[in-house]
Design a protein around this ligand. Structure first.
Ligand code: NAD
Ligand code: DAU
Length: 350
């Protein structure tokens, strides 16, 4: 039985990847390593927690000794590394957490994999899950390609860029069998409501202001989270060692246009008069260093590995809104505790 370590499996994307792997690959034993920060939630994995091919390990990737022992004990055949501090606004107010987890944590995993695979790399794989934000910001036209030069602007994207460079350096220097993917903005169920889509769905539901940064003209390329999980699966199994793949939805939206779609669909679902939720839109101070536009070209992934997104945005956003409306208890749980403090600090004075 192959042993696969998935880091950050209690988070948004990680939980979808863990569920897919546990169900799809009964001949793999999936180890989910997660520190359970504010963003990690084992509720996300209730349906697989008792499966015999699944083990949860609570731990911090920043703790190098712990990571080394874990790898020695289980002799993993593969790693899919998603654990990270992932929210740009938090990286602006507290960069150090991002440096520690995203850079030092990644190096600890690389060192441990290098150590246990030193005599035999046959069939082994270290898959690093990264972001399109490492490429920086686009103007009105153009796309990010796999060979676009890195130009990160936030502490979050700079820490992810740094980890990408280190992953490639371990391949070039030590021959570690790595693969990297850089994906655009994900949306779907189980996303912590600090990110645009779940935050705004939750605020609309509770008739709270919708804090639009700047003029709402920034553009993001949105991909349904299960399509990202499918891409990860395809790349993990069929991507060539040392390669990078861009993953995107070919689905660009100006923030304000996307927010208006959310308002419209929510009005319908909540039985509110047309135009009611749009009244909640409130323009606030822009995010510092706010990247204008992200757009991914994922032709390489499509041509080499045959992956394309399965869902149209209209369908994906309906599914997503339904998920949050049907899982109010999940939202209530994650927005209790420290969430209110974060919210007040983040939006209180804007
Ligand atoms: P998330 O914040 O929802 O989840 C991150 C998970 O990592 C949480 O479960 C958290 O508990 C865990 N974690 C954090 N620090 C840890 C540590 N020190 N040790 C062990 N576990 C730790 O993030 P997400 O949105 O699911 O993103 C997952 C990965 O995908 C990240 O690497 C992110 O950079 C990348 N990514 C995200 C998006 C997106 O739109 N969300 C897009 C492209 C790439
Ligand atoms: O592109 C991939 C990245 O997408 C991932 O690497 C990150 O982990 C993920 O958080 C996401 O980053 P963004 O900064 O693009 O996502 P966020 O949901 O925070 O913001 C989306 C856009 O909405 C962005 O232009 C900022 C804007 N925004 C966001 C929030 C939270 C607002 O206008 N108001 C808000 O309150």
């Amino acid at each position: 039985m192959k042993k696969i370590l998935i880091t950050g499996g209690a988070g948004f994307i990680g939980s979808h990847v863990v569920r897919m792997y546990v169900n799809k690959y009964p001949d793999y034993h999936i180890f989910n390593l997660d520190k359970l920060t504010y963003a990690g939630n084992l509720e996300n994995l209730k349906d697989v927690e008792n499966k015999t091919n699944y083990t949860f390990v609570k731990g911090d990737i920043v703790d190098g000794d712990f990571i080394q022992k874990l790898f020695e004990e289980h002799q993993f055949d593969g790693v899919i590394h998603l654990a990270a501090e992932s929210h740009v606004d938090r990286s602006i107010s507290n960069p150090m957490e991002f440096i520690m987890t995203n850079i030092i944590g990644t190096v600890n995993l690389l060192n441990a994999a290098r150590y246990i695979w030193k005599d035999n790399i046959e069939g082994k794989r270290f898959y690093h899950v990264s972001t399109d934000e490492v490429y920086g910001s686009l103007g009105d036209t153009g796309f990010f390609y796999e060979d676009t030069a890195y130009d990160p602007h936030s502490p979050y994207s700079a820490s992810k860029a740094s980890s990408d460079h280190l992953v490639r350096a371990y391949h070039d220097t030590y021959g570690l069998p790595i693969i990297i993917s850089n994906c655009s903005n994900n949306y779907g169920g189980n996303q912590f409501p600090e990110k645009l889509i779940p935050l705004f769905i939750n605020n609309i539901r509770h008739n709270k202001p919708l804090p639009v940064y700047g003029k709402g003209e920034n553009v993001r390329d949105w991909l349904y989270v299960l399509d990202h999980a499918t891409a990860i699966d395809v790349i993990y199994h069929n991507g060539s060692i040392g390669e990078t793949f861009n993953i995107g939805g070919h689905n660009e939206w100006k923030n304000i246009d996307l927010i208006k779609v959310l308002c419209k669909v929510m009005d319908k679902k909540l039985g509110r008069p047309k135009g009611e939720s749009e009244k909640l839109i409130t323009y606030v101070t822009d995010r510092a260093g706010h990247d204008l536009r992200y757009a991914i070209d994922s032709t390489k992934l499509q041509n080499e590995l045959g992956w394309t997104p399965s869902l149209q945005f209209e369908e994906g956003i309906e599914k997503t809104i339904d998920w949050y409306l049907e899982n109010q208890e999940w939202l209530d749980n994650v927005t209790s505790g420290n969430y209110q403090k974060y919210y007040d600090e983040m939006y209180g004075d804007r």
